[in-house]
Write a protein that binds this ligand. Structure first.
Ligand SMILES: Nc1ncnc2c1ncn2[C@@H]1O[C@H](COP(=O)(O)OP(=O)(O)O)[C@@H](O)[C@H]1O
Ligand SMILES: Nc1ccn([C@H]2C[C@H](O)[C@@H](COP(=O)(O)OP(=O)(O)O)O2)c(=O)n1
Length: 669
């Protein structure tokens, strides 16, 4: 997951490969609740691990459920319709799939509970569900604004519930209210049937189908008359099915279906293959496939896989009632930029009460890219965005995972512009590794590299590591490779001089080297400290003067250039290894400053040192690094010089980030 303030997606050229998607959020949270209410133990396979499932699991644990992880399987000991904890305060984040069903279940289970969430959750309506439960005799109270969480629930005896008349619930704001009642009311149907009547047109029916399907797996066969009347039979009782598999998330699949439809084919691949969800899916959002086909995508499918290729190009404009695929339809809004005419998404009023007001959010952000968009109370109309008219935009994501994921598709723009996604970690709600998964199957126009070259102790490592952290980029400490080569050569008793050049180069080519969480491993040995001594630095400088050794390490270094970008520190990053890097910094400081810094660094590690000796050593190293015949230390012609003698490390970072904004600007407005 990228926990950076923003993530810059380079322009993308093509896509192809296989993706394995995380489990469905809707199925995961329903299964968790049903398994918790049921009798018996349920083994849940492929559960989604995300913010929304985590709050549900925390809540179930607080209610006394036994939960055990066995590798990829979660075992849940059901409560058998009885709470073990009669009092709890539950925090449910921004998870509607936890807040709504738990409200209904806890109101019926009997206990004293408080349910809260993040501020946005306190703006998401729950009044229709509370009204239905109060009608039934449950006791609920608003702790903030009427109609919205947080809520307080007080115990009521089952005998006090009014179960004879049908329970009426509105279906036109969120289908989650009906889902919540369907999931929870079997608790009260032990003696008599319970009837639920939907008032108004039920929206998002496919989500209700998921609910009915999963209830059936847990032994509860709801009788349905159209989408208006649902009967829970008398004697209903949740029974664990023993094992249950969670399908991959069909809404998450939409981004990769769109990717397959939008991207040029990637050499050596046959479109995008999606594993874990397919034609046999119980999720309504699988019907996104039909909409994508309508826009021109070529989609083949099996029971639990999809294969997507680009078909019609440009895509065909669409005019769609998207009520049946509210979440996945956001992806269509971005696909519409690549269509042959204006597209309209209708009947999407529910977007306004999701993680954010998604109609406004999509309109504002699409306009930032340069698009012409009309936003209505329950529709969105998007004009295609022709080549030459795209703009470099920083996309605000409103703490809404889907906004972040669908706007990543703007990186396929024909103008070859990068896209900045602000607060990329919001994808953790349903798909924490979304961007990593995307990067595995796309081919960028070029992966950006920032080079930081300069003499020893100028602060390259400090600067480069911090830039990489803030940008979410990979980091290459090329000096470490020469240090490891020097160490390996010493251990092999090779003289570090030209007579052994070929042998040292062979060693360097085959180094079993691994960088992991800031440590450097050679085979099974952590050599991070062994390569950091002054002697190891001097050895590195010696082997680095041998052309064959440099040649041997070249491909290894270039292999670090992976999405979303790289910051590389060394001596010849800008001159030899990444000559096309868009930003090259040549970092220097006076010998006196550098000797002093190295001295402080060594003292802080408990190593005694003498400033005069350190200065003599580093000047000797500078002289060798600068005078060698191959790839000598010198600024690249297009490097920006930064003398940080009188700067703090933070000032150097700020300066380079300022340059980076000049090289790669984004408009926020
Ligand atoms: N701009 C700076 N001002 C003062 N000290 C710095 C600055 N940059 C780095 N340092 C300190 O100097 C020491 C050497 O920096 P390092 O990043 O290891 O240099 P290099 O990788 O160029 O050898 C470190 O202790 C670091 O904290
Ligand atoms: N790209 C590089 C990186 C390092 N080297 C050589 C020259 C340097 O003296 C040694 C050690 O580099 P390193 O960056 O670890 O050294 P400092 O941290 O700057 O002291 O390796 C090189 O020749 N080319």
């Amino acid at each position: 997951m990228y926990a950076t303030h923003f993530l810059d997606l380079p322009p993308l050229l093509s896509a192809g490969g296989t993706v394995h998607l995380p489990g469905s959020k809707s199925i995961s949270n329903r299964v968790l609740l049903l398994a918790a209410l049921a009798s018996g133990t349920t083994r849940v396979h492929d559960l989604l691990d995300s913010d929304d499932t985590r709050v549900m699991l925390d809540a179930l644990r607080a209610l006394g459920c036994g939960l055990r992880r066995e590798g990829p399987v979660l075992e849940i000991d059901g409560l058998g319709g009885q709470v073990r904890t009669a009092q709890a305060s539950l925090f449910l984040g921004n998870a509607g799939t936890a807040m709504r069903p738990l409200t209904a279940a806890l109101a019926l289970l009997g206990g004293d509970f408080e349910l809260r969430g993040v501020p946005r959750m306190h703006e998401r309506p729950i009044g229709d569900l509370v009204d239905a439960l109060v009608q039934l005799g449950c006791e609920l109270e608003y702790l903030g604004n009427p109609g919205y969480p947080p809520l307080r629930i007080r115990p009521v005896a089952q005998a006090q519930l009014h179960l004879d008349a049908p329970i009426r619930v509105r279906g036109d704001v969120s289908s989650q209210f009906l889902t919540a009642l369907l999931l929870a009311l079997p608790l009260a149907a032990t003696q008599r049937p319970i009837v639920i009547e939907v008032v108004g047109e039920l929206i998002s029916k496919p989500y209700v189908e998921i609910t009915l399907n999963l209830l059936a797996r847990f032994g509860i066969a709801i009788e349905r008359e159209g989408w208006q009347r649902f009967t829970i039979p008398a004697g209903s009782h949740y029974q664990s099915p023993g094992q249950i598999h969670v399908e991959a998330d069909a809404s998450s699949a939409s981004y990769f279906i769109a990717l397959g439809a939008l991207a040029a084919p990637r050499a050596g691949h046959d479109g995008i293959r999606i594993e874990g969800v397919g034609a046999a899916s119980i999720q309504g959002d699988i019907r996104f496939v039909d909409a994508a086909r309508q826009m021109g995508a070529q989609v083949d499918s099996g029971p639990n896989w999809l294969q997507v290729r680009r078909g019609a190009w440009p895509l065909k404009a669409i005019d769609l009632d998207a009520n049946h695929i509210p979440d996945a339809a956001m992806t269509l809004a971005v696909m519409a930029l690549y269509a042959d005419g204006p597209s309209t998404l209708r009947n999407i009023a529910s977007w306004r009460v999701k993680e954010t007001d998604r109609i406004d959010a999509m309109a504002i952000e699409l306009r930032k890219l340069g698009a012409t968009v009309e936003a209505g109370p329950d529709f969105l109309r998007i004009e295609p965005l022709p080549t030459g008219q795209w703009r470099r935009a920083a996309i605000h994501t409103y703490d809404d995972h889907r906004v972040a994921m669908c706007f990543s598709l703007a990186a396929l723009n024909p103008d070859g512009l990068p896209v900045r996604i602000l607060d990329p970690k919001c994808v953790a709600k349903t798909f924490p590794d979304y961007f990593e998964t995307l990067f595995e199957v796309v081919e960028p126009v070029a992966v950006p590299v920032i080079c930081v070259d300069g003499p020893t102790a100028s602060g390259k490592g400090t600067l480069a590591a911090e830039l990489a952290r803030q940008l979410g980029y990979h980091y290459l400490d090329s000096g470490a490779l020469y240090r490891v080569a020097g160490l390996a050569a010493r251990r092999a008793h090779l003289a570090l001089e030209p007579s052994q050049e070929a042998a040292i180069a062979d060693l360097a080519r085959a180094l079993p080297l691994r960088f992991d969480a800031g440590r450097v491993w050679l085979g099974d040995e952590d050599i991070s400290d062994a390569i950091r001594t002054e002697a190891a630095g001097m050895d590195a400088s010696r082997v680095s003067a041998l052309p064959a050794v440099r040649e041997a390490l070249q491909a290894l270094q270039q292999g670090f250039r992976r999405l979303p970008g790289l910051v590389a520190d060394g001596r010849d990053m800008g001159t030899v290894i990444f000559p096309d890097a868009p930003l090259k910094v040549y970092l220097t400081a006076s010998a006196a400053h550098r000797a002093e810094r190295r001295h402080k660094q060594l003292i802080s590690k408990g190593i005694s040192a003498n400033i005069a000796d350190l200065r003599a050593d580093l000047e000797a190293r500078d002289a060798r690094d600068s005078s060698r015949s191959v790839a000598p230390l010198k600024p690249a012609e297009d490097a920006r010089l930064l003398d940080n003698s009188d700067q703090t490390a933070q000032q150097s970072v700020d300066q380079v980030l300022h340059w980076w904004r000049q090289v790669q600007p984004f408009s926020e407005g």
